[in-house]
Design a protein around this ligand. Structure first.
Ligand code: SAM
Length: 275
């Protein structure tokens, strides 16, 4: 868990009247990431309730923690990320496989570089609400994972990044220090690992008997720090099954792809349970 943003805000005063919402992120994208605004707006309009569920609390946390400038920073991070992804996908199409740097370079140049990581993490949140391929992850996460956990469940999130999914979990569950957990979140992590098997083994070993795992990953979707190339939804599922888990629900949606592209960038999310 990394609850580094304040959770509650004063209500009934000036702050309340100016309460920020998901639409503040959208307006910032219209100002600072114009190229990506039409598609973000269309995804938002088609999924307003879900997008607001994930971004309204974030807008309040962001405003309380960083003030108005957070929205423009988030939008700039989103633009940088979307451009980087489009470029990486073109290189992938030409190369025919992911061509990542060595892990030490990725760790130093991405994960340990605040200048790279802060805009990246803003984008990592915003894509959940503004990418058509990611919004179904939020529906699955909320309705088939979070809302199916018992009250005060113990929840572990691996590689929480921005921490927003954990903060959502904190609305109904507890951050836990346990040997097994009733909920485990592993969102958009496996594709960053040279060998994902230990991740699946740890999900299988640490989930409580009736607990639920929310797992997601990218497939055929190049990015500077994507190192493990999944081609089929069956590949991560098989790894999960081999680690003693079984599937309850799966969603998978593709991003827009140019005609004749050999790869279909997409992201799959699963809710799994101990077998
Ligand atoms: C795309 S972000 C996902 C963040 C968040 N889970 C989400 O769903 O948006 C990938 C995260 O994986 C983390 N990560 C990458 N390699 C890792 C590793 N070997 N061990 C732990 N975390 C790792 C990164 O620091 C980053 O926060």
């Amino acid at each position: 868990m990394c609850p580094h943003m304040p959770i509650d805000l004063p209500i009934g005063n000036e702050k309340h009247r100016n309460m920020k919402t998901a639409e503040d992120f959208l307006r910032a994208i219209e100002r600072r990431a114009k190229l990506f605004a039409p598609s973000a707006t269309a995804t938002f309009r088609a999924n307003k309730e879900l997008c607001s569920w994930v971004l309204d609390p974030l807008a309040r946390w962001a405003d309380a923690a960083y003030g108005e400038k957070a929205f423009d920073e988030a939008a700039l991070g989103y633009a940088k990320y979307c451009l980087g992804v489009a470029q990486a996908q073109q290189i992938y199409e030409r190369a025919g496989k992911y061509t990542p740097e060595a892990m030490p370079e990725i760790v130093a140049g991405v994960y340990e570089d605040e200048g790279y990581m802060v805009p990246y993490m803003w984008a990592a949140i915003l894509i959940y609400a503004f990418w058509p391929s990611m919004i179904a992850h939020i529906a699955l996460f909320r309705d088939e994972f979070l809302r199916r956990l018992p009250a005060n469940a113990t929840v572990l999130e691996l590689a929480c990044g921005h921490g927003v999914l954990s903060l959502d979990a904190l609305r109904n569950a507890n951050a836990g220090q346990a040997t097994t957990y009733q909920g485990i979140i592993s969102a958009m992590l496996a594709e960053h690992l040279p060998t994902p098997k230990p991740l699946f083994d740890s999900l299988g070993a640490q989930i409580a008997p009736q607990g639920r795992v929310f797992f997601s990953t990218a497939l055929e979707s190049a990015q500077r720090d994507h190192v493990f190339e999944f081609h089929r939804e069956s590949e991560p599922l098989r790894m999960a099954e081999d680690a003693g888990l079984r599937l309850l629900r799966l969603v998978s949606d593709a991003s827009a792809t140019p005609p004749h592209a050999r790869f279909q960038p997409r992201a799959t999310a699963m809710v799994l349970q101990a077998r």
